[in-house]
Design a protein around this ligand. Structure first.
Ligand SMILES: [Cu+2]
Length: 68
């Protein structure tokens, strides 16, 4: 398992946190997601054989948020 900590720009409320969590969680290979509104940070545990940090970042961007 690999862990990525990704800085997320544009989250303003709990709804944003849910959207980002859902977007990351739907990526195949992701096993755990924690999103912090205060720290603007997503911590993702994933199988590096099935996905990568760049795929996770794309999922966040596709959900309408930017990478810090
Ligand atoms: Cu929001």
């Amino acid at each position: 398992m690999a862990i990525a900590t990704i800085s997320v720009v544009g989250m303003t409320c709990d709804g944003c946190v849910q959207s980002v969590s859902k977007a990351i969680g739907s990526v195949p290979g992701v096993s755990k997601v924690e999103v912090s509104l205060d720290r603007h940070l997503a911590t993702v545990e994933y199988d590096s054989a099935r996905t990568s940090e760049s795929v996770l970042k794309s999922a966040i961007e596709d959900a309408g948020y930017d990478i810090g």
